[in-house]
Design a protein around this ligand. Structure first.
Ligand SMILES: Cc1cc2nc3c(=O)[nH]c(=O)nc-3n(C[C@H](O)[C@H](O)[C@H](O)COP(=O)(O)O)c2cc1C
Length: 231
Protein backbone atom coordinates (compact mmCIF):
# COMPACT_ATOMS: atom_id res chain seq x y z
CA UNK A 1 0.00 0.00 0.00
CA UNK A 2 1.53 3.27 -1.11
CA UNK A 3 2.13 6.04 1.36
CA UNK A 4 0.81 9.42 0.23
CA UNK A 5 1.74 12.97 1.12
CA UNK A 6 -1.01 14.00 3.56
CA UNK A 7 -1.13 17.60 2.36
CA UNK A 8 -1.57 16.55 -1.26
CA UNK A 9 -4.30 14.05 -0.41
CA UNK A 10 -6.19 16.71 1.50
CA UNK A 11 -5.88 19.21 -1.33
CA UNK A 12 -7.48 16.76 -3.72
CA UNK A 13 -10.41 16.39 -1.30
CA UNK A 14 -9.76 12.70 -0.83
CA UNK A 15 -11.39 10.89 2.10
CA UNK A 16 -8.36 9.87 4.07
CA UNK A 17 -7.79 6.94 6.39
CA UNK A 18 -4.65 7.12 8.52
CA UNK A 19 -3.32 3.66 9.41
CA UNK A 20 -0.84 3.60 12.28
CA UNK A 21 1.16 0.40 12.73
CA UNK A 22 3.03 -0.37 15.94
CA UNK A 23 3.77 -4.10 15.78
CA UNK A 24 7.45 -4.97 15.95
CA UNK A 25 6.76 -7.67 13.37
CA UNK A 26 6.95 -6.68 9.73
CA UNK A 27 5.60 -10.10 8.73
CA UNK A 28 3.21 -12.45 10.62
CA UNK A 29 1.69 -9.53 12.50
CA UNK A 30 -1.99 -9.96 13.27
CA UNK A 31 -2.58 -6.27 13.92
CA UNK A 32 -0.89 -5.18 10.68
CA UNK A 33 -2.90 -7.72 8.70
CA UNK A 34 -6.21 -6.57 10.19
CA UNK A 35 -5.38 -2.87 9.85
CA UNK A 36 -4.46 -3.43 6.19
CA UNK A 37 -7.67 -5.41 5.66
CA UNK A 38 -9.58 -2.35 6.88
CA UNK A 39 -7.48 -0.10 4.64
CA UNK A 40 -8.10 -2.21 1.54
CA UNK A 41 -11.87 -1.93 1.99
CA UNK A 42 -11.66 1.80 2.62
CA UNK A 43 -9.46 2.33 -0.42
CA UNK A 44 -11.76 0.33 -2.69
CA UNK A 45 -14.15 3.29 -2.74
CA UNK A 46 -13.73 5.95 -5.36
CA UNK A 47 -12.00 9.00 -3.88
CA UNK A 48 -10.86 7.21 -0.70
CA UNK A 49 -7.16 7.14 0.17
CA UNK A 50 -4.93 5.58 2.80
CA UNK A 51 -1.90 7.03 4.57
CA UNK A 52 0.32 4.56 6.41
CA UNK A 53 2.41 5.53 9.39
CA UNK A 54 4.76 2.74 10.43
CA UNK A 55 6.07 3.50 13.90
CA UNK A 56 8.42 0.51 13.85
CA UNK A 57 10.32 1.16 10.62
CA UNK A 58 10.39 4.88 11.47
CA UNK A 59 10.07 5.29 15.25
CA UNK A 60 9.31 8.78 16.54
CA UNK A 61 12.06 10.19 18.77
CA UNK A 62 11.59 10.13 22.52
CA UNK A 63 10.95 13.54 24.06
CA UNK A 64 14.03 15.17 25.62
CA UNK A 65 15.08 18.40 27.35
CA UNK A 66 14.99 20.51 24.16
CA UNK A 67 11.59 19.12 23.09
CA UNK A 68 10.01 19.72 26.49
CA UNK A 69 11.39 23.27 26.72
CA UNK A 70 10.11 24.08 23.21
CA UNK A 71 6.70 22.48 23.72
CA UNK A 72 6.02 24.34 26.94
CA UNK A 73 7.39 27.70 25.75
CA UNK A 74 4.87 30.39 24.85
CA UNK A 75 4.46 29.93 21.06
CA UNK A 76 5.10 33.69 20.61
CA UNK A 77 8.52 33.27 22.19
CA UNK A 78 9.62 30.13 20.36
CA UNK A 79 12.96 30.28 18.58
CA UNK A 80 13.81 28.82 15.17
CA UNK A 81 15.58 26.02 17.03
CA UNK A 82 12.35 25.28 18.94
CA UNK A 83 10.51 25.08 15.63
CA UNK A 84 13.03 22.54 14.34
CA UNK A 85 12.81 20.44 17.51
CA UNK A 86 8.99 20.36 17.26
CA UNK A 87 8.88 19.77 13.49
CA UNK A 88 8.39 16.00 13.75
CA UNK A 89 5.62 16.46 16.32
CA UNK A 90 3.96 19.08 14.14
CA UNK A 91 4.09 16.82 11.07
CA UNK A 92 2.58 13.89 12.97
CA UNK A 93 -0.21 16.09 14.36
CA UNK A 94 -1.01 17.53 10.92
CA UNK A 95 -1.10 14.05 9.47
CA UNK A 96 -3.60 13.07 12.16
CA UNK A 97 -5.64 16.21 11.50
CA UNK A 98 -5.73 15.45 7.77
CA UNK A 99 -7.43 12.08 8.38
CA UNK A 100 -11.18 11.49 8.23
CA UNK A 101 -10.73 8.28 10.20
CA UNK A 102 -7.88 6.46 11.93
CA UNK A 103 -7.00 2.79 12.41
CA UNK A 104 -4.31 1.94 14.94
CA UNK A 105 -2.76 -1.54 15.04
CA UNK A 106 -1.45 -2.29 18.55
CA UNK A 107 0.00 -5.47 20.00
CA UNK A 108 -0.08 -5.96 23.75
CA UNK A 109 3.55 -5.81 24.90
CA UNK A 110 4.37 -6.45 28.53
CA UNK A 111 0.85 -5.51 29.63
CA UNK A 112 0.92 -2.16 27.82
CA UNK A 113 1.58 -0.50 24.50
CA UNK A 114 4.79 -0.95 22.43
CA UNK A 115 7.45 1.72 23.06
CA UNK A 116 7.14 3.05 19.50
CA UNK A 117 3.44 3.81 20.03
CA UNK A 118 4.18 5.51 23.36
CA UNK A 119 6.83 7.64 21.60
CA UNK A 120 4.17 8.60 19.01
CA UNK A 121 1.68 9.49 21.75
CA UNK A 122 4.31 11.67 23.44
CA UNK A 123 4.85 13.50 20.12
CA UNK A 124 1.16 14.13 19.38
CA UNK A 125 -0.04 15.04 22.89
CA UNK A 126 1.15 18.65 23.13
CA UNK A 127 -0.02 21.44 25.40
CA UNK A 128 -1.63 24.31 23.50
CA UNK A 129 -1.65 22.26 20.30
CA UNK A 130 -3.70 19.10 20.87
CA UNK A 131 -4.89 19.78 24.41
CA UNK A 132 -5.54 22.96 26.38
CA UNK A 133 -4.50 23.52 29.96
CA UNK A 134 -6.10 26.08 32.28
CA UNK A 135 -5.34 25.40 35.96
CA UNK A 136 -8.11 27.81 37.01
CA UNK A 137 -10.85 26.01 35.03
CA UNK A 138 -13.13 23.50 36.83
CA UNK A 139 -11.81 20.82 34.46
CA UNK A 140 -8.29 22.09 33.71
CA UNK A 141 -7.71 20.05 30.50
CA UNK A 142 -9.65 19.71 27.29
CA UNK A 143 -8.89 18.27 23.87
CA UNK A 144 -8.22 20.49 20.87
CA UNK A 145 -8.52 17.99 18.03
CA UNK A 146 -11.94 17.52 16.44
CA UNK A 147 -13.54 14.13 17.18
CA UNK A 148 -13.16 11.53 14.45
CA UNK A 149 -13.70 7.78 14.19
CA UNK A 150 -10.79 5.76 15.57
CA UNK A 151 -10.60 1.96 15.40
CA UNK A 152 -7.94 0.18 17.44
CA UNK A 153 -7.03 -3.34 16.33
CA UNK A 154 -5.20 -5.19 19.08
CA UNK A 155 -3.76 -8.66 19.58
CA UNK A 156 -2.47 -10.44 22.68
CA UNK A 157 -0.67 -13.72 23.23
CA UNK A 158 -3.03 -14.57 26.09
CA UNK A 159 -6.70 -13.90 25.33
CA UNK A 160 -7.51 -13.74 29.04
CA UNK A 161 -5.87 -10.31 29.05
CA UNK A 162 -8.48 -9.00 26.62
CA UNK A 163 -11.77 -7.40 27.69
CA UNK A 164 -14.01 -9.87 29.51
CA UNK A 165 -11.09 -12.23 30.25
CA UNK A 166 -9.95 -13.41 33.68
CA UNK A 167 -6.80 -11.23 33.47
CA UNK A 168 -8.42 -8.12 32.00
CA UNK A 169 -7.30 -6.10 35.03
CA UNK A 170 -3.67 -6.62 33.90
CA UNK A 171 -4.27 -5.05 30.48
CA UNK A 172 -3.03 -1.49 30.87
CA UNK A 173 -2.94 -0.83 27.12
CA UNK A 174 -6.66 -0.47 26.66
CA UNK A 175 -7.52 2.02 29.44
CA UNK A 176 -4.36 4.04 28.71
CA UNK A 177 -4.84 4.37 24.95
CA UNK A 178 -8.60 4.94 25.24
CA UNK A 179 -8.01 7.72 27.76
CA UNK A 180 -5.23 9.49 25.89
CA UNK A 181 -7.14 9.54 22.57
CA UNK A 182 -10.09 11.12 24.36
CA UNK A 183 -7.78 13.53 26.16
CA UNK A 184 -6.70 15.16 22.87
CA UNK A 185 -10.30 15.30 21.63
CA UNK A 186 -10.49 12.39 19.20
CA UNK A 187 -13.22 10.65 21.18
CA UNK A 188 -13.64 7.07 22.30
CA UNK A 189 -12.10 4.47 19.97
CA UNK A 190 -13.78 1.25 18.86
CA UNK A 191 -11.69 -1.78 19.82
CA UNK A 192 -11.30 -4.94 17.75
CA UNK A 193 -9.54 -7.61 19.80
CA UNK A 194 -7.73 -10.84 19.00
CA UNK A 195 -6.55 -13.09 21.79
CA UNK A 196 -4.66 -16.37 22.23
CA UNK A 197 -2.06 -15.67 19.52
CA UNK A 198 0.51 -17.61 21.55
CA UNK A 199 -1.81 -20.59 22.04
CA UNK A 200 -2.57 -20.97 18.36
CA UNK A 201 -5.62 -23.16 19.03
CA UNK A 202 -9.32 -22.93 18.14
CA UNK A 203 -9.73 -19.91 20.37
CA UNK A 204 -7.29 -18.00 18.16
CA UNK A 205 -9.13 -19.14 15.04
CA UNK A 206 -12.45 -17.97 16.46
CA UNK A 207 -10.97 -14.65 17.60
CA UNK A 208 -9.47 -14.03 14.16
CA UNK A 209 -12.73 -14.78 12.34
CA UNK A 210 -14.66 -12.48 14.66
CA UNK A 211 -12.06 -9.72 14.26
CA UNK A 212 -12.10 -10.01 10.46
CA UNK A 213 -15.89 -9.72 10.44
CA UNK A 214 -15.74 -6.71 12.77
CA UNK A 215 -13.09 -5.01 10.63
CA UNK A 216 -15.14 -5.52 7.45
CA UNK A 217 -18.29 -4.18 9.09
CA UNK A 218 -16.54 -1.16 10.61
CA UNK A 219 -14.71 -0.32 7.38
CA UNK A 220 -17.99 -0.39 5.45
CA UNK A 221 -19.88 1.62 8.09
CA UNK A 222 -17.19 4.26 8.54
CA UNK A 223 -16.46 4.74 4.85
CA UNK A 224 -20.20 5.02 4.16
CA UNK A 225 -20.64 7.55 6.98
CA UNK A 226 -17.64 9.52 5.72
CA UNK A 227 -18.94 9.64 2.17
CA UNK A 228 -22.35 10.88 3.38
CA UNK A 229 -20.82 13.47 5.73
CA UNK A 230 -18.55 15.04 3.18
CA UNK A 231 -20.73 14.62 0.06
C1 LIG B 1 7.93 -7.92 23.38
C2 LIG B 1 6.64 -8.66 23.47
C3 LIG B 1 5.88 -8.56 24.62
C4 LIG B 1 4.66 -9.22 24.72
N1 LIG B 1 3.93 -9.09 25.85
C5 LIG B 1 2.74 -9.74 25.95
C6 LIG B 1 1.94 -9.61 27.12
O1 LIG B 1 2.25 -8.89 28.06
N2 LIG B 1 0.78 -10.30 27.17
C7 LIG B 1 0.35 -11.09 26.14
O2 LIG B 1 -0.71 -11.69 26.26
N3 LIG B 1 1.07 -11.21 25.01
C8 LIG B 1 2.26 -10.56 24.89
N4 LIG B 1 2.99 -10.66 23.75
C9 LIG B 1 2.41 -11.39 22.59
C10 LIG B 1 1.80 -10.42 21.59
O3 LIG B 1 0.82 -9.59 22.18
C11 LIG B 1 1.17 -11.19 20.42
O4 LIG B 1 2.17 -11.94 19.78
C12 LIG B 1 0.48 -10.29 19.42
O5 LIG B 1 -0.17 -11.10 18.45
C13 LIG B 1 1.48 -9.34 18.74
O6 LIG B 1 0.85 -8.54 17.79
P1 LIG B 1 1.22 -8.72 16.23
O7 LIG B 1 0.71 -10.09 15.85
O8 LIG B 1 0.48 -7.64 15.53
O9 LIG B 1 2.70 -8.60 16.09
C14 LIG B 1 4.22 -10.01 23.64
C15 LIG B 1 4.98 -10.11 22.48
C16 LIG B 1 6.19 -9.45 22.40
C17 LIG B 1 6.99 -9.57 21.13
Amino acid sequence: MKQQAFGAARMRGMKTLLVVHSSGRATRSITRKLALRFAARWQAREGFRVLERDLTSEPPPVVNEAWIAAAFRDPEKRTDADGLVLQRSENLIRELESADAVVIGVPLYNFGMPAQLKAYIDQIVRVGRTFALDPSAPIPYWGLLPPKPVVVVTSAGDGELQKGGALEHLNFLEPHLTHVLGFIGLGEPTWVRVGYEEFGDDRLKRALSAAEAAVDRLADELSEATSLKTA
